[in-house]
Design a protein around this ligand. Structure first.
Ligand code: COA
Ligand code: MG
Length: 314
């Protein structure tokens, strides 16, 4: 362990994040009633230029009209990127008018730490001016070659930052990768062509106390493909994955919920190590396998996630 202590971002259950276009207000109530842990109301790529302003109004109204927290949701808004002229008004209007009801802001196409600095500076001023009692979190989409090249610096850029998301579609475009479906695998590549990016982003997150979230899987008619992608991300350590259609919410929740057998095993590890400690030993054996303090840290992760899921009650 380094002498440097990493502060963990605010804990939030983040197994599934349902994307909802801000231009389709008829979906908002359905999203609030869904089983997703998180919902993001989108002002960016799911909204056409002609609808940007209407979508912004819809989203501001929905943050106030729907009780997202009572529905057990963390609610986020994806603003437009810093390379557009929509971004400043998205941020200022949404936070000024509805910041009291907003949990986080998702910033797309983050390329450099200064992008987060800009958002942080504005949100900090609005929060102070409005006297909001809670801190609005910031989340960054890493989905360009520039963002991935700077992902470690971005991850450490602000205490307001809570999570990084891997945006596979724009990332593929930015890298000029040959893809078949959004988030799917190209059979020409032996293995998972996104592995290196997913892994790098995950490490940048964990080194800075952030959650790591896998982005979209576009073919919502392919539940097996979605589940396989989610399982690859979960194996690396990701907290959750986007759902771009309601049918993907339960799939994500299932993959990112530790199964009861894993939770039981984690509890057994903790008990066995407590007993070993009482007997003056650090390492012990359980079912013929060595366990030690590293096993306890892995077991704590599992038990904490399971407790957060139980506390949420769905
Ligand atoms: N949130 C909440 N409800 C949704 C939803 C969403 N994102 N997408 C679909 N639904 C609802 C539909 O209204 C429909 O409800 P009903 O049974 O009461 O009629 C039901 O789920 C089934 O929807 P379906 O007809 O299969 O989908 P669709 O043709 O209406 O929409 C998409 C398909 C992909 C266009 C839509 O799911 C969508 O816009 N997803 C999000 C896209 C997005 O935000 N992209 C940006 C991030 S990558
Ligand atoms: Mg994108």
């Amino acid at each position: 362990m380094s002498h440097l202590q990493i502060a963990e971002a605010k804990r939030r259950l983040h197994r599934s994040e349902l994307a909802v276009p801000g231009s389709r207000p008829e979906l908002f109530e359905k999203a609030a009633m869904s089983r997703a842990d998180y919902v993001f109301l989108d002002l960016e790529d799911a909204v056409s230029p002609d609808e940007k302003e209407t979508a912004r109004h819809n989203v501001i109204a929905a943050l106030g009209d729907i009780d997202w927290r009572a529905a057990g949701k963390t609610v986020s808004v994806r603003i437009n990127g810093l390379d557009t002229h929509y971004m400043y008004r998205d941020l200022i209007d949404v936070v000024e008018k509805a910041g009291a009801h907003l949990d986080t802001i998702l910033v797309p196409k983050v390329g450099v730490p200064g992008d987060i600095y800009t958002v942080d500076a504005l949100v900090t001023q609005i929060e102070q001016a409005k006297g909001f009692s809670h801190r609005i979190g910031v989340e960054a989409l890493i989905e360009t070659a520039l963002g991935m090249a700077n992902v470690e610096a971005v991850a450490g850029s602000s205490p307001r930052l809570e999570a990084l998301h891997f945006g596979v579609a724009d990332y593929a475009a930015s890298c000029r990768a040959r893809t078949i479906t959004i988030g799917g695998l190209n059979p020409d590549y032996p293995g998972d062509q996104w592995h290196s990016a997913l892994s790098r982003l995950l490490v940048a997150c964990r080194a800075n106390g952030l959650r790591a979230i896998d982005g979209p899987f576009g073919d919502f008619g392919d539940p097996e493909g979605f589940t396989a992608a989610a399982r690859r991300a979960a194996a690396l350590g990701y907290d959750g994955k986007w759902a771009i259609h309601p049918s993907q919410v339960d799939l994500a929740n299932e993959v990112f919920t530790p199964p009861p057998s894993e939770v039981d095993q984690a509890r057994r590890v903790l008990v066995a190590l407590e007993e070993a400690a009482a007997a003056g030993r650090g390492a012990a054996q359980l079912d013929g396998r060595m366990i030690d303090a590293a096993s306890a840290r892995m077991a704590h992760n599992v038990v904490e996630t399971a407790e957060a899921i139980t506390a949420r009650g769905m």
